[in-house]
Design a binder for this molecule. Structure first.
Ligand code: MN
Length: 246
């Protein structure tokens, strides 16, 4: 038997509506700029030739309903409400029909973003990891099987901060439709059961502060929520590097 030097991380899972079995999370892909109104508010053009992607580690996922510490290194912590696709069968170089059949279910999700870091990275043409892939940066609700959802399009997607609506659209405003995203992404990856795809956010993104409560949902899917707490002071309470003299 193989011996591990230390305990490996636990398998990250999501609940599934109507099932006692959990969904083992594999990879988390994210689509950028999939709603024209959001691209406009970010001051960029939508690329209509092809979607583009970034990724988040599965270990960045935290359960819906959590309270998270305001993350380190940012002064502009943003919410992004998104439809999440859950891949349930292997697909590689899929056509649209095969891509649609690989979508096992859908969920509501939050793509939490350190916007100041993302924009600084974007300006320097560097990867977005510091802005996008950090601890607690993904919240995804229970997965609802595709058969219980019906065609994706007319459903309302919405997000509130402290009960006040900040994002509101319908899923048919997505530039790249669910099956198109899976078809395109499957040309670059062997997509596998457990993979998740966050499909981009509508307009209305904005900052949250300690004490704020985010709620969001998509018609027909379970909602998500997240409460922002004070920053984690770190070991000893005063260990932040930027607080130390050089
Ligand atoms: Mn996003």
């Amino acid at each position: 038997m193989t011996t591990l030097l230390f305990d490996p991380p636990p398998q990250v899972t999501l609940p599934v509506r109507g099932s006692a079995a959990l969904w083992p999370v594999r990879r988390i892909f994210c689509v950028g700029r999939n709603y024209a109104a959001h691209a406009a508010e970010m001051g960029v053009e939508v690329d209509r030739e092809a979607p583009f992607y970034f990724t988040k580690a599965a270990l960045a996922l935290q359960p819906s309903g959590n309270t998270m510490a305001y993350p380190p290194g940012t002064a502009n912590f943003h919410y992004e409400m998104e439809l999440v696709l859950a891949i349930g069968k292997p697909v590689f170089h899929a056509d649209r029909t095969q891509a649609a059949a690989a979508i096992w279910g859908c969920a509501s999700g939050l793509d939490m973003t350190r916007r100041d870091l993302q924009l600084a990275e974007r300006a320097r043409q560097r990867p977005w990891d510091l802005g996008k892939d950090f601890e607690g940066s993904v919240v995804i609700g229970p997965i609802t099987p595709a058969a219980a959802i019906g065609p994706i399009g007319p459903q309302r997607i919405h997000l509130e901060v402290n009960g006040e609506t900040r994002q509101e659209a319908t899923l048919d405003a997505m530039i790249w439709k669910a099956d198109e995203i899976v078809r395109h992404l499957s040309g670059y990856y062997h997509l596998c059961p457990g993979d998740l795809i966050m499909t981009g956010t509508p307009a209305g993104v904005g900052a949250v502060l300690p004490g704020d409560r985010i709620t969001g949902g998509i018609a027909g899917l379970d909602p998500v929520s997240l409460t922002i707490g004070p920053p984690d002071p770190g070991a000893g309470g005063a260990g932040r590097r930027q607080d130390r003299a050089p």
